[in-house]
Design a protein around this ligand. Structure first.
Ligand SMILES: N[C@@H](CCC(=O)N[C@@H](CS)C(=O)NCC(=O)O)C(=O)O
Length: 285
């Protein structure tokens, strides 16, 4: 049978056999090289890239600033994961898991990793986008944890096998397509009678979920809109438009972006004025 594989007694690492990410992925943790991270003038230092996990945090920071929380000013530094920046010693010191996003709160010396944890930290620090009322807070955390558990099936499962694996294999594509469509249906049914994920309020659960499942129903993930028949998820499409059209969301989606149209790329962000003056079209123009 095609793709049949008999596992050996003990697995050994074949560095060449992993598709698009083969050169980066390793079965061991830790730093590969010495490299200090830059530190700017603001209280919050973000080390990231505008993947869906990175965008969650830049959206939250831009939303906080838009809501008047001036203490949320931040420096956003670009981490190029395809070049192995996440394995530098300074990055690993903040995030031993070597994945973006990572953040340092210079006011308290707190090192932060895991995008859901960073969203929760910021929500608590500024008392924003996480309801204090018991029921709404519980619903927000339900959906935030749902997203953190669900998204690896979309990215590491479906996205990997549909877009990045060295060749197409029906079994994993079938398995993860089934799961992603089930997840989209979970969201679609919930959003049929809820304005936002946690109810009436826009929260960190929406900020976490929109860059993953919102982008997917907009056909922006893995060039798979038609394959997933995303047009049927009408309530998710309604919610994605509501969330992604917020000015702060749009700004957040540009930060640490080093791909796509040049006018959408703000590779580093150190000041609110950077959106007007330091996008890549202006820097290269
Ligand atoms: N559960 C983590 C996942 C973070 C993650 O997977 N980051 C990816 C980019 S989206 C990464 O840094 N990959 C680099 C690598 O795997 O070496 C979170 O939510 O922060």
């Amino acid at each position: 049978m095609k793709d049949e594989y008999t596992p050996p007694k003990v697995w050994t690492w074949d560095a060449e056999n992993g598709g698009e990410w083969a050169k980066l992925n390793r079965p061991i943790a830790g730093a590969t090289h010495d490299k200090e991270l830059p530190v700017g003038k603001h209280p919050l230092q973000l080390y990231s890239l505008a993947t869906p996990n990175g965008v969650k945090v830049t959206v939250m920071l831009e939303e906080l600033l838009a809501a008047g929380h001036t203490g949320a000013e931040y420096d956003a530094w670009l981490i190029r994961i395809t070049e192995g920046d996440q394995f530098g010693s300074g990055f690993v010191d903040i995030n031993p898991n070597s994945k973006i996003p990572a953040m340092l709160d210079t006011g308290t010396g707190t090192k932060l990793f895991e995008s859901g944890s960073i969203l929760f930290y910021l929500a608590e620090k500024f008392g924003a986008f996480l309801p204090t009322e018991h029921e709404a807070r519980a619903q927000t955390m339900n959906w935030l944890f749902w997203l953190q558990g669900a998204a690896p099936y979309l990215g590491g499962g479906f996205g990997h096998f549909y877009a990045y694996a060295p060749y197409k294999m029906q079994y994993p594509i079938d398995r993860f397509t089934m799961e992603v469509k089930r997840q989209l249906d979970v969201l679609d049914r919930h959003l049929a009678d809820h304005e936002y994920l946690a109810g009436d309020d826009y929260t960190i659960a929406d900020m976490a979920t929109c860059p993953w499942y919102g982008r997917t129903v907009a056909g922006m993930s893995y060039n798979a809109g038609e394959f997933l028949d995303v047009g049927i998820y009408k309530n998710v499409i309604r919610w994605h438009e509501l969330v992604s059209n917020r000015p702060a969301y749009k700004r957040g989606a540009m930060v640490n972006k080093a791909f796509g149209p040049l006018e959408e790329q703000l590779r580093e962000r150190h000041d609110a004025s950077d959106f007007a003056t330091r996008t890549q079209d202006k820097l290269e123009g």
